[in-house]
Write a protein that binds this ligand. Sequence first.
Ligand code: SF4
Length: 115
Amino acid sequence: MTDDLFDEALLLIQSKSDGVLQSELWKLLNVDSRKCSRIVRKLIDTGMVERHEYRKNGIKTYLLRSTKKRVIDPSLLMAGEYLIPCIGCERECVVETCELLLDWMYELAFANFEE
Ligand code: SF4
């Protein structure tokens, strides 16, 4: 197996936040299903990909997803100088009626308006 195929498979899986079906991956890589299985085995062994059973039209396949944690831009949690109130919140959460979140969203609207 070439490293190029391994890298290509990894990039394909990482580029899809919902994951890639193994039954589709081998077609995308233009290899046969046995070769694809070996690539997937190697990806799983390296810990970069996880595999879950999945049924599509009643047929069993696997959903492959990247284990790479996404880096979150901390500025997305800020409205101006106000941190989103959900961080560390211990209230019983009802998002639709939460006045803390609503206040924060107003701040966010103002912060974006002033930019
Ligand atoms: S929406 Fe309100 S109650 Fe829910 S976690 Fe955020 S701040 Fe807390």
